[in-house]
Design a protein around this ligand. Structure first.
Ligand SMILES: NC(=O)c1ccc[n+]([C@@H]2O[C@H](COP(=O)([O-])OP(=O)(O)OC[C@H]3O[C@@H](n4cnc5c(N)ncnc54)[C@H](OP(=O)(O)O)[C@@H]3O)[C@@H](O)[C@H]2O)c1
Length: 312
C-alpha cells in the first residue's frame, strides 16, 4: 500500500510516499481502507520537530490523524463494526498514519460515517470539531443565551466551532480577517469583528466564553471581557496559558487549555449534530496523496478557510 512517511524532522520536503505492507488487524482495532484524510496544524508541527518529547525520536514516522474510510478487517472484541462499514475517526496517538491507503485504528476512536456525508466531508470533522465540542461543552459549559467570542473563527477548528456554538443556542461573535467575515456569517455568526482593527480595550461587550482558537491572545488581556463566571479557553499550551490555568484552578474568571480526545461517544455526538442539520463540514482545498508536501505547505500558511483534505 502507499503510505506517507518521513525519516527525520524537517520542512515539508522530508515527506515521502512509500510502499509498505498492509497493516495486520489486532484485537480492539480495525483495519480501514482510507478514502480521505484531513490535515491539522498538529501534522505540520509534529513533522517540523516541535514536539519530539511527545512524538519520539524513532523513524520512519507516518502522518495524518483524521480519516474516513471502510472497514476491511475487524479485530476481536470490536462489537458493532463489520467489514464494509463506512467509518470515520481520529487517531489519538502521536504516530498518526491516516495519510495512507490503509490504517490500523482503535475501535474506541471511530464511529459510523455520518449519513449523507461523503468520505472527504466526513474526514474534515474529527480533530477540529472534537476540539470545538470539547472546548465549548466541557471546558466552557456554553449554554443557550450565553455569549461566546471565537478568535480565529475561519480555520479548521473555527468554522466548526461557530456552528457548534450556535447549536448550543449561544450568541456568537467572531474575530477573523475582514476577508473571512462573510464565511463566518454564512456559518451562523451573529457578529463579526476584524482582528486587524479590534482591541479588547475598546470593547464594551462581556462574554461567558472566549475561545482563543488561533492561540495568540493572553488571558490577562481578555479577562476584563469575561463575565464573573466566564471561561477563557486556549488551544496552544504556551507557558502563559498553563500559568493562567494553574492560577485560576479554583477561581473565576478562569483560564483553560483544551486537549482534544478521540472518543466514539463524541464522534457520535458530532454525527448527531450533522443529522440535525446543525453541523456541516467546511472544506477549503483537496489534494491527492502524492501532493502531501504541497498540502502541508498550504496549511502552514495559516490562511486555510476550513479544512485541507487528502483524497486517497
Ligand atoms: N490543543 C488541542 O487539542 C488542539 C486541537 C486542535 C487545534 N489546536 C491548535 O489550534 C490552532 C488552530 O487550529 P486550526 O486547525 O483552526 O488552524 P488553521 O486551520 O490552520 O487556522 C487557519 C486560520 O487562522 C486564521 N488566522 C490567521 N492569523 C490569525 C490571527 N492573527 N488572528 C486570528 N486568526 C488568524 C486564518 O484566518 P484569516 O485567513 O481570516 O486570517 C485562517 O482561517 C492551531 O495552533 C492548532 O495547533 C489545538
Amino acid at each position: 500500500m502507499n503510505v506517507v512517511e518521513y525519516d527525520r524532522y524537517g520542512d515539508a520536503s522530508v515527506l515521502v510516499l512509500r510502499q509498505r505492507p498492509l497493516p495486520i488487524v489486532r484485537p480492539g482495532h480495525v483495519v480501514v481502507r482510507v478514502r480521505a484524510a484531513a490535515l491539522n496544524p498538529k501534522d505540520v508541527l509534529t513533522r517540523a520537530g516541535k514536539y519530539p518529547w511527545l512524538a519520539g525520536r524513532s523513524f520512519p514516522k507516518r502522518v495524518g490523524y483524521d480519516w474516513a474510510g471502510e472497514a476491511v478487517a475487524v479485530g476481536a472484541g470490536v462489537p458493532g463494526v463489520r467489514e464494509g462499514d463506512a467509518l470515520y475517526g481520529m487517531i489519538q496517538a502521536w504516530r498518526g498514519g491516516a495519510c495512507a491507503e490503509y490504517a490500523l485504528v482503535r475501535a474506541d476512536e471511530l464511529a459510523p460515517r455520518p449519513p449523507g456525508l461523503d468520505f472527504s466531508a466526513a474526514a474534515a470533522l474529527p480533530l477540529a470539531s472534537l476540539t470545538a465540542l470539547q472546548a465549548l461543552r466541557d471546558l466552557g459549559a456554553l449554554a443557550a443565551g450565553q455569549r461566546v467570542l471565537l478568535n480565529g473563527a475561519s480555520g479548521g477548528v473555527g468554522v466548526h466551532a461557530i456552528q457548534i456554538a450556535k447549536a448550543f443556542g449561544a450568541h456568537v461573535t467572531t474575530l477573523t480577517s475582514a476577508a473571512s467575515a462573510e464565511l463566518a456569517r454564512s456559518l451562523g455568526a451573529d457578529e463579526t469583528l476584524d482582528y486587524a482593527t479590534w482591541s479588547p480595550r475598546d470593547t464594551p461587550a462581556r462574554y461567558d466564553v472566549i475561545f482563543d482558537i488561533f492561540g495568540n491572545r493572553r488571558f490577562s488581556d481578555l479577562r476584563p471581557l469575561l463575565t464573573g463566571r466566564g471561561t477563557f479557553i486556549s488551544t496552544v499550551p504556551k507557558p502563559a496559558v498553563i500559568l493562567a490555568r494553574v492560577r485560576t484552578a479554583l477561581t473565576y474568571p478562569r483560564a483553560r487549555l483544551v486537549v482534544v480526545r478521540s472518543t466514539t461517544t463524541d464522534l457520535t455526538a458530532l454525527t448527531g449534530l450533522v443529522l440535525r442539520g446543525a453541523l456541516r463540514p467546511v472544506v477549503d482545498r483537496t489534494f491527492p496523496l502524492a501532493a502531501i508536501a504541497d498540502a502541508q505547505r498550504y496549511l502552514a500558511t495559516k490562511r486555510a478557510r476550513g479544512k485541507v483534505i487528502i483524497a486517497i
